[in-house]
Design a protein around this ligand. Structure first.
Ligand code: ADP
Ligand code: MG
Length: 238
């Protein structure tokens, strides 16, 4: 678990400013959802938190420690992508354990952690399969398993369910909420899907054009949208 603080985070690509000064305090154990239209900078923001993209200016702290320029591996963060990014030639077990193998963890520890993650994600019977023999939902569970075994302080999710069909998305929403309840880890979840935001978030951050439009609980945003943009995106129809 970790507190995550964003302080005047800016990001430009060349002359184009994409993220325009974001301030945010995320509490330890919170499930925070960044929601906003395609192109508003959600992935860029998440990638900066993960250390996969340089911050142009501003500071980022985790548990009070300045990690603005820290290596990704030093941040205690694990990220789950929309595209799963599984290794096709490896089994489910090898995919889940890959990061630990790279880090040269003892084999017994890797096996135990892979087993525990597989139990959590209902993948135990699939450990020897290759990704191509899995459904979309199972592949996404493997990607989540790969994050879990690293015991991150913070999980980042970038539209992890958008490649799944509607009924599977609904099921995975529940599973991710249960996972959060069990692990109590800080989770930052990016989506353009209002339903995901409304059903999963402790707090929602509405982004628009690289700025925060409003931060609040789902009910606060639904009942008291601060701007017409928030109302149109999330608020009650009036
Ligand atoms: P979202 O995830 O909300 O759809 P992104 O963070 O992917 O938005 O992108 C925000 C904006 O930044 C888009 O206009 C995108 O084209 C631009 N962008 C993202 N990455 C780069 C890059 N590496 N170079 C230039 N522009 C980029
Ligand atoms: Mg994106």
């Amino acid at each position: 678990m970790a507190d995550l603080n964003l302080n005047q985070i800016h990001k430009s690509f060349g002359a184009l400013e994409i993220i325009k000064g974001i301030d945010l305090d995320i509490q330890s154990g919170e499930f925070v959802v960044f929601v906003g239209p395609s192109g508003c900078g959600k992935s860029t923001l998440l990638r900066m938190i993960a250390g996969l993209e340089d911050v142009s200016s501003g500071t980022l702290t985790i548990d009070g420690k300045d990690v603005t320029h820290a290596e990704p591996s030093e941040r205690g963060i694990a990220m789950v992508f929309q595209s799963y990014a599984l290794y096709p030639h490896m089994t489910v077990a090898e995919n889940i354990g890959f990061g630990l193998s790279l880090a040269k963890r003892p084999k017994a520890e890797i096996a135990a952690k892979v087993q525990a993650a597989a139990d959590t994600l209902q993948l135990t019977h699939l450990l020897e399969r290759k990704p191509k023999a899995l459904s979309g939902g199972q592949r996404q569970r493997v990607a989540i398993g790969r994050a879990i075994v690293r015991d991150p302080k913070v999980f980042l999710f970038d539209e992890p369910l958008s490649n799944l069909d509607a009924s599977l998305r609904a099921q995975m929403r529940l599973e991710l909420s249960e996972l959060h309840a069990r692990l109590k880890t800080t989770m930052v979840y990016v989506t353009h899907d209002q339903v995901e935001a409304m059903t999963m978030a402790d707090r929602i951050v509405v982004l628009n054009g690289g700025r925060v439009e409003q931060v609040g609980t789902p009910m606060e945003l639904y009942n008291h949208p601060a701007t017409p943009f928030v109302a149109g995106f999330i608020g009650s129809p009036k």
